[in-house]
Design a protein. Structure first.
Length: 386
């Protein structure tokens, strides 16, 4: 695809966001669309696959702050008609490129400077990842892959190792990723001399665009691999052993570098991002690095004090309930929470809950009445209206 064709695309519209949208909102929009349109969720749906490619292409530019800024600058010129004007303006007057940028007196032509960079630099940074037109093209990096893994509460807190099965693009075993039939090798593209980029002029402007003979790869495969048809990759089912570090929280993303889709014709692989989905626990809750648990006690235990058995992720332990503990009081057990990266752990927060019996024996009722007679009364005079 030529750089002019690319400029004609509205990447903001592709992602369904406004031009002034923040980077975080662009990322959210991309992740939502990528999950919705991913080929694994739409098998055999060619339209969804094309939209998935378009969304990935748009995010590739807009997610990079420098490329996004340059894209916006060049799009504004394109929308103003700058790239559709000839070297002469209306009425046969010479069109000076400097007039386009409010710079008078400078020389015009494809080497015109804009924001400290030439047009060739701008086009190169947007459309070819910043590679110079004379440098050999590097094979395209593989796409990042996102997956979800479901964890039990205890495994997320303490860490675990789990298998993860993925169905993604993988390196072709027949050609080992170069796309060529076994016994042959790709050759440098004669049209672009292996750079993957060709230059052309349109009036006062110079364009750098991907070579159409090699699709910007820089190499040509004369005899394509019968398995992958020259792409270097095939869809595979693979199982990875994933190590989940201790302390992972619900929704946290774990990055595995180089475990995404392979690059085209031997390019660097993308990354694998695993989103942890932590199942709730029937007993424990979590507050940052602290674990929470509620422990029931009797009225007598709260008044007189007691030692009660409290659950932890390591087993049961005794916790002292001080005399006169009210219902709802929080007791802190140091070091029994979520492990931290520095080797320490959070705490276990124990909430005391006094259990009120629904039924009493006659003997217990008499004892409670006797207690009420002997116990000091509760003062409520501060609640009276004055």
């Amino acid at each position: 695809m030529s750089s002019k064709d690319w400029l004609e695309k509205d990447f903001y519209a592709v992602l369904g966001v406004a031009k002034d949208t923040t980077s975080s909102e662009i990322k959210k929009a991309y992740r939502r669309l990528a999950r919705e349109l991913h080929p694994d969720h739409n098998p055999g749906n060619a339209a969804a696959e094309e939209r998935f490619k378009a969304v990935s292409e748009a995010y590739d530019v807009l997610s990079d702050e420098n490329r996004r800024r340059e894209y916006d600058e060049m799009r504004s010129l394109f929308e103003a008609g700058a790239f559709r004007r000839s070297a002469r303006g209306a009425g046969g007057q010479h069109f000076d490129v400097n007039d386009l940028f409010g710079q008078g007196g400078g020389r015009s032509g494809p080497d015109q400077r804009f924001g400290g960079a030439s047009f060739s630099d701008l086009f190169g940074s947007i459309f070819s990842g910043g590679a110079g037109t004379g440098a050999p093209a590097r094979p395209a990096r593989g796409r990042d892959v996102e997956a979800e893994i479901f964890l039990d509460f205890a495994d997320a807190v303490q860490g675990t190792t789990q298998p993860l099965t993925l169905r993604t693009l993988g390196v072709c075993d027949t050609c080992h990723g170069d796309g060529a039939k076994p016994g042959t090798r790709p050759r440098a593209c004669p049209h672009c001399q292996g750079t993957g980029v060709v230059n052309r002029n349109q009036g006062a402007f110079g364009f750098s665009e991907a070579c159409r003979d090699c699709q910007g790869v820089g190499t040509v495969v004369d005899q394509k691999c019968p398995e992958c048809h020259g792409t270097g990759g095939v869809t595979k089912t693979r199982t990875l052993t994933v190590r989940i570090p201790a302390g992972v929280s619900d929704g946290q993303r774990i990055r595995l570098a180089g475990r995404g889709e392979p690059g085209e014709r031997g390019g660097a692989p993308g990354d694998l991002y695993i989103r942890a989905i932590v199942r709730p626990d029937a007993m424990f809750g979590r507050n940052g690095d602290d674990l929470t648990v509620t422990v029931p006690v009797t009225f007598a235990e709260s008044v007189l004090g007691a030692e009660v058995r409290v659950p932890t992720l390591d087993g049961m332990m005794k916790v002292k309930v001080p005399a006169g503990t009210p219902s709802g009081r929080l007791l802190r057990v140091r070091g029994k929470g979520v492990p931290k990266r520095d080797g320490h752990s959070g705490d276990l927060l124990v909430t005391v809950e006094i259990v009120v019996p629904q039924q009493l024996s006659e003997e217990a009722r008499e004892a409670l009445v006797r207690f009420t007679e002997l116990a000091p009364p509760v003062r409520r005079d501060h609640l009276e209206r004055r």
